[in-house]
Design a protein around this ligand. Structure first.
Ligand SMILES: [Zn+2]
Length: 155
C-alpha cells in the first residue's frame, strides 16, 4: 500500500532562485515555486494506517522553510566561494555576488530538482524514524507545477 503527500495541496512549498551553469536558458539567474512531495510504501498496521504522516509533513515543511526565499547555492561547485558576508558564484565569464544571508549553501553539485530531491531524501533518512512496516520512501521535488524529479530508497 502506498501513502502520498502532495506538496502543493499540503503547502510544503518554497520559492527560490537558482542558476544552472552552462545551461542555455537556465544559465541565467531565475526563480521557481517548488513543492516537496513524498510517497511512502508499506504494510498497513493494526490501526489501519501505514504511518501517521502529520509529523512527516511538519518535517518536510521545516526543510521547505529553510529553502524558502533563498538563493540555492551548490556548495560543491568549484565556482562558489563563501566569504564572511558574501557568496560569490563564478560561472564561465560571469560572476554573481550575493549577500550570504540571502543564500542557502547546499552540499550538492548543481541546484537542480534532481539534486534537491536527493538532498531532501537524505535529510529525511537522517532525521525521521519510520516504523518497521514502512518499506520504501520516495521524495519528489517539483520545479513548478507538473515537472519534478523523484528519488527513493528501500528501508
Ligand atoms: Zn530553473
Amino acid at each position: 500500500m502506498r501513502l502520498e503527500i502532495n506538496g502543493w495541496s499540503s503547502k510544503i512549498t518554497f520559492s527560490a532562485t537558482h542558476v544552472i551553469p552552462m545551461h542555455r536558458k537556465c544559465g541565467r539567474l531565475h526563480g521557481h515555486d517548488y513543492a516537496i512531495n513524498m510517497s511512502i510504501e508499506g504494510e498497513m498496521g493494526p490501526d489501519g494506517v501505514i504511518l501517521d504522516f502529520i509529523s512527516v509533513k511538519e518535517f518536510l515543511r521545516g526543510i521547505a522553510s529553510e529553502l524558502d526565499h533563498r538563493v540555492l547555492i551548490p556548495g560543491r561547485d568549484r565556482g562558489v566561494t563563501v566569504n564572511k558576508e558574501t557568496v560569490k558564484f563564478k560561472i564561465g565569464d560571469k560572476e554573481f555576488s550575493f549577500p550570504k544571508g540571502d543564500c542557502i549553501i547546499l552540499d550538492i553539485d548543481v541546484a537542480s530538482a534532481e539534486t534537491l530531491a536527493s538532498f531532501v531524501l537524505q535529510r529525511v533518512l537522517d532525521k525521521v524514524k519510520f516504523p518497521k512496516n514502512v518499506k520504501h520512501i520516495e521524495i519528489g521535488v517539483d520545479e513548478g507545477r507538473g515537472q519534478g524529479a523523484w528519488t527513493g530508497k528501500d528501508l
